[in-house]
Design a protein around this ligand. Structure first.
Ligand SMILES: O=C(O)c1ccccc1NCC(=O)[C@H](O)[C@H](O)COP(=O)(O)O
Length: 217
């Protein structure tokens, strides 16, 4: 079970993630997000992560110039594409940087699963997240702390590993894992005290709960 802690922005919370055994540490490069980190700060933050966990760079419809800047500042291990990137764009990014791409697909209804085949042929990892709430004014395509109906992906036969995201927290991640059997889980809001403010203990509790649940499968 790969556990991704997303949207970290302080050395203390990164240390909590590493000590608790998180596999992926995610940095958000999206200025509209309360979790956004500037390139210079990200460069300082990734030092302790390298070699201990994979560094995930999360972007939303980023241009090549933006990806180049992130590449130069933190040399990420994995790209997480969380916008409306097309399958062709995924192929381009994989070829340009030669590293794995995790493509987020947002789900609300069964119809949303129709996008999967085109992406699972080209990405390395799928990430299933909830769509932003209807009628909400949020400009964030992720990190909204809401879940989708996990039953929609139960038993799905996929060609690629998948990560479950959306509204997970230390109290529900075990049930989510039991029901959907993902290869990884991802959390942001559920380990925060306020948008963008991560809580050390919640990080530790989340990673522990996820790893324990995986052992029980
Ligand atoms: O976290 C953000 O602020 C964010 C902004 C823009 C695009 C994606 C974003 N987060 C993506 C993630 O990987 C989150 O961890 C995932 O959406 C789950 O978030 P949450 O429901 O808050 O746990």
């Amino acid at each position: 079970m790969y556990v991704k802690i997303c949207g970290l922005s302080t050395p203390e919370t990164i240390e909590a993630g590493l000590q608790s055994g998180a596999n992926w540490i995610g940095f958000v490069f999206f200025p509209k997000s309360p979790r956004h980190v500037e390139y210079g700060k990200a460069k300082e933050l990734v030092g302790p992560v390298r070699g201990k966990a994979s560094i995930v760079a999360l972007t939303v419809n980023a241009s090549d110039d933006e990806l180049d800047a992130i590449d130069q500042s933190i040399n990420p291990d994995i790209w997480q594409l969380h916008g409306a990137e097309t399958p062709e764009r995924v192929v381009h990014i994989k070829q340009r940087y030669g590293r794995p791409v995790m493509k987020a697909l947002t789900i609300r209804d069964e119809i949303d699963l129709a996008a999967i085949p085109a992406y699972e042929d080209v990405c390395d990892i799928l990430l299933f997240d909830a769509k932003p709430p209807k009628d909400s004014k949020t400009e964030l395509p992720g990190g909204n702390g809401i879940s989708f109906d996990w039953r929609l992906i139960k038993g799905l036969k996929l060609k690629k590993p998948f990560v479950l995201a959306g509204g997970l927290d230390p109290s529900n991640v075990a049930e989510a894992i039991r029901l959907t059997r993902p290869q990884g889980v991802d959390v942001s809001s559920g380990i925060e005290n306020a948008p963008g403010v991560k809580d050390r203990q919640k990080i530790i509790d989340f990673v522990y709960a996820a790893k324990q649940a995986a052992e029980m499968l």
